[in-house]
Design a protein around this ligand. Structure first.
Ligand code: HAM
Length: 419
C-alpha cells in the first residue's frame, strides 16, 4: 500500500465541508471589508523567502521544502503568503492602480515541522494583506475584522494579544539591552536559544522550553524601548480597539517567527488547541515592500490557520444530504430510473440512484443510512401503470403518484422544507 507523506494529510469529505464553511465565511467577511482575492503560485524562488522572512528564522533555516528545478533554479514551496503577495504587488506594479491594495488569499502552505495536533507540514491558511496604509486605525480595523470572523464561525473563546516590535530605529537598542541581560545566563538556555543569541536574540523570549522561560522571566520588555512614533502608534491602536469594542490583552514577550514585522504584532490564541494554540497571527511590516525592491510602502496583514480553526468549530451537522433517492426494481425500470434521475437533477433536486440488483429491503437500508428525505420506487408494476411510489422517510408515509407529476410534486416538497 502506498500511504500519504507524513504531515501531508487527506481532508476527507466531512472535514472538507468544514474547511469550506471557514473559507466561505472568510470570503464573505473579507469582501465586505473591501478585500479582493489574489491567487499565487505554490512555489517561489527560494531567495524571496530568505530575504522576505529572514535568513535566521526557524522557517528559513530548517522548515522549508526547497528543491532545484531542471535548470538548477532554487525554488521553495511557500511556507507563508505575505512575501509572495508583496512580490506580486511589486512585480505587477499594483501601486500604480491604487495607492492602497487590499488582497486576500487562501491555500496550502508548507513547513517541515514536527506534526502534532494542529500542526501539519502541509496546512491551509487564509491570509489578507493591506499595502499602503500607515494609519493605526487600519491595524484596529483589521483586528476587529478577524475577531468578527471568529464570531461568525461561532468560535467564542479566541483571545487577541498584541505587542509592538518597534522599528529599525528603536529595536536595535532593545536587542542590545536584551543581550546584556542575557550575558552570563547562556548556560540556562536551550541549544537553539544559545544559537539564537548570535542571530535572532528576540526569539529567545518566546522559546517554549521551561529553562529558557525561567531565564527570560525578568528580561527587559520592549515597551520601555520604543521610540516616540512606535509608542504613539501602539497607544493609538489600543485606543481604536477600545473604541471598536475589541477585547485584547498585551503580550510583551510576543516576537513572532518572521523577521519582517515592525510596530504592531498580534496573535489570536485559543486554549482549547493545546500546545499549538495560535489560530491566527500577523501584524505590521512597514519595510518589507522596500526590502524586496519595491517603493517605500507600509503593510499590515494576518493569516488564519484553517486546520486549527476547523478543530474549534462546533460539531454541527454540515453534511449535504441527497433530497431524493431512486430505487428501481427490474431491468426495464432501471432505464426509467436513469431518466427520472436526470429530470430531477435538472430541476436542482439532489438525487441519488440506488445501484445494483439488490432487494427492496437492502435498497431501503441504504436510503436510511444516507438520511434522504424522499425515496422514489419504480418497479415493473408501476412502470406498467405509469406511476411511481413516493415514500416520505420522515413521516413514514407512502403514496403512489403519476410518473409525469413526480418532478413537480418533489420540487414542491423540497422547497417547502427549504432545503
Ligand atoms: P504565522 O504565524 O507563521 O504567520 O502563521 C499564521 C497561522 O498559520 C498560525 O497562527 C497558525 O494558525 C497557522 N500555522 C502556521 N504553521 C502551521 C502548521 N505547521 N500547521 C498548521 N497551522 C499552521 C504567517 O504565516 C504570516 N504570513 C502572517 C501574516 C500575514 N503576517 C502579516 N501578514
Amino acid at each position: 500500500m502506498i500511504t500519504s507523506v507524513k504531515g501531508f494529510n487527506d481532508i476527507l469529505p466531512d472535514q472538507a465541508l468544514k474547511y469550506r464553511k471557514v473559507e466561505e465565511e472568510a470570503r464573505a467577511v473579507l469582501e465586505a471589508f473591501g478585500f479582493s482575492e489574489i491567487r499565487l503560485p505554490i512555489a517561489e524562488r527560494l531567495e524571496l523567502f530568505q530575504r522576505g522572512i529572514g535568513a535566521s528564522t526557524d522557517i528559513v533555516e530548517k522548515e522549508m521544502y526547497t528543491f532545484q528545478d531542471r535548470k538548477g533554479t532554487l525554488l521553495a514551496l511557500r511556507p507563508e503568503g505575505t512575501a509572495p503577495v508583496v512580490r506580486a504587488y511589486i512585480e505587477h506594479g499594483l501601486y500604480h492602480r491604487d495607492p492602497v491594495a487590499k488582497l486576500y488569499y487562501m491555500g496550502p502552505m508548507f513547513r517541515y515541522e514536527r506534526p502534532q495536533k494542529g500542526r501539519t507540514r502541509q496546512f491551509y491558511q487564509i491570509g489578507a494583506e493591506v499595502l499602503g496604509v500607515e494609519d493605526p486605525r487600519l491595524d484596529a480595523e483589521i483586528l476587529d475584522m478577524v475577531t468578527l470572523l471568529f464570531d461568525r464561525l461561532g468560535i467564542e473563546d479566541v483571545e487577541l494579544f498584541i505587542n509592538s516590535l518597534g522599528c529599525e530605529v528603536c529595536r536595535p537598542s532593545y536587542r542590545q539591552a536584551l543581550l546584556e541581560y542575557l550575558k552570563g545566563k547562556e548556560e540556562g538556555l536551550c541549544r537553539d536559544c544559545k544559537r539564537r543569541l548570535g542571530t535572532n536574540p528576540l526569539r529567545v523570549l518566546d522559546c517554549k522550553v521551561e529553562g529558557c522561560r525561567e531565564v527570560t522571566a525578568r528580561a527587559p520588555e520592549i515597551m520601555g524601548f520604543l521610540c516616540n512614533p512606535c509608542r504613539e502608534h501602539f497607544e493609538e491602536v489600543k485606543g481604536h480597539l477600545a473604541l471598536l469594542g475589541v477585547p485584547y490583552g498585551i503580550d510583551p514577550r510576543m516576537v513572532r517567527g518572521l523577521d519582517y514585522y515592525t510596530k504592531t504584532a498580534f496573535e489570536m490564541i485559543c486554549k482549547r488547541l493545546g500546545a499549538q494554540n495560535a489560530v491566527a497571527a500577523g501584524g505590521r511590516y512597514d519595510r518589507l515592500v522596500k526590502d524586496l525592491g519595491g517603493p517605500d510602502t507600509p503593510g499590515f496583514g494576518f493569516a488564519i490557520g484553517v486546520e486549527r480553526t476547523v478543530l474549534l468549530l462546533k460539531d454541527r451537522e454540515e453534511e449535504i444530504l441527497p433530497e431524493a433517492y431512486i430505487i428501481s426494481l427490474g431491468r426495464e425500470a432501471s432505464s426509467e430510473s436513469l431518466r427520472l434521475l436526470k429530470e430531477l437533477r435538472m430541476e436542482g433536486i439532489r438525487t441519488e440512484l440506488s445501484y445494483g440488483e439488490r432487494s427492496l429491503k437492502a435498497h431501503m437500508r441504504r436510503a436510511n443510512k444516507l438520511g434522504v428525505a424522499h425515496v422514489l420506487i419504480i418497479g415493473e408494476e408501476e412502470l406498467k401503470k405509469g406511476t411511481v411510489v413516493l415514500k416520505d422517510m420522515e413521516k413514514g408515509i407512502q403514496e403512489e403518484i403519476r410518473r409525469d407529476r413526480v418532478v413537480s410534486i418533489l420540487k414542491g416538497r423540497v422547497e417547502a422544507v427549504g432545503v
